[in-house]
Ligand binder design. Structure first.
Ligand code: NAP
Length: 246
């Protein structure tokens, strides 16, 4: 129960879903955790377990600067950033609007850029750290009706690699995590199709949190610039096998 003992973590989109599970897991393993979300802290699923709950919008540089300042003031530094906040919207190219595009890119991609930019001085102060960017399997392959989300999640994957190269000499590791279908408020209105998932089921937020814990801990000190797929085997093969479809 002490895999991240003594570390301080900031987790965005932490009110619910995957972010809440990550916050609870890191706290249970000894970290001081600050959860941030655009939602009111009174609505956060996990409150008692963590060090602090803040309301902040990942698309605002000002909010980022205050969140980092507050974290360092309360807990003496910062070691781990989990860029988890995200939104999704749907529509085929041609019908998908500029507003939809701007909204999803602002949160899912610009939010990650602003977050990394805001925490770098604090991580350098600690002579190292771990940044974990939550992408998606939609950051590795295309999906219908998801142009903005897919572009944003591919962007997170590329941004992760660029940042890993820039920050490696400062012992700051940067990795991306690519979940498949996970049961959260974001997916509650969707019907999962698990016929092409090797394990034949959807995933739980706690399973993603276990992977994030590894990347946040000193068990992964030689791991950076990498993509971690956690999808029950959904992307292991082709969705449809043309050989069998005669
Ligand atoms: P979720 O249940 O909707 O939780 C995400 C949280 O982020 C929500 O509380 C959301 O608030 C918050 N948020 C939205 N915009 C924000 C902003 N501008 N600033 C701060 N917080 C903001 O989603 P989730 O399923 O846990 O997803 C977490 C991450 O995993 C996302 O990046 C998502 O793209 C990724 N992911 C999820 C799945 C999946 O199947 N669930 C699969 C692959 C990747 P609101 O509710 O008000 O929007």
């Amino acid at each position: 129960m002490s895999r991240v003992n003594g570390k301080v973590a900031l987790v965005t989109g932490g009110a619910q879903g995957i972010g809440a599970a990550i916050g609870a897991k890191l706290a249970a393993e000894g970290a001081q955790v600050v959860l941030g979300d655009i939602l009111d802290p009174a609505e956060f699923e996990v409150k008692e377990e963590v060090g602090a709950c803040l309301r902040f919008d990942v698309t605002s540089s000002g909010d980022w600067n205050s969140a980092v300042r507050e974290t360092v003031k309360r807990f003496g530094g910062l070691d781990i950033l989990v860029n988890n906040a995200g939104i999704v919207n749907f529509g085929a190219i041609g019908e998908y609007s500029r507003q939809q595009w701007d909204a999803v890119i602002a949160v899912n991609l610009t939010g990650v850029f602003l977050g990394m930019t805001a925490v770098v001085p604090a991580l350098k102060e600690r002579r190292g750290g771990s940044i974990i960017n939550i992408s998606s399997i939609a950051g590795l392959r295309g999906y219908e009706q998801l142009p903005g989300y897919t572009a944003s999640k591919f962007g997170v994957c590329g941004l992760t690699k660029a940042a890993a190269l820039d920050l490696g000499r400062d012992r700051i590791r940067v990795n991306s995590v690519h979940p498949g279908f996970i049961v959260t408020p974001m997916t509650e209105s969707l019907t999962p199709n698990t016929s092409h998932v090797a394990l034949g089921r959807v995933g739980q937020p706690e399973e993603v949190a276990d992977l994030v814990l590894y990347l946040a801990s000193d068990e992964s000190t030689f791991v950076t610039g990498a993509e971690f797929v956690i999808d029950g085997g959904e992307t292991a093969g082709m969705a449809h096998n043309p050989v069998l479809e005669t």
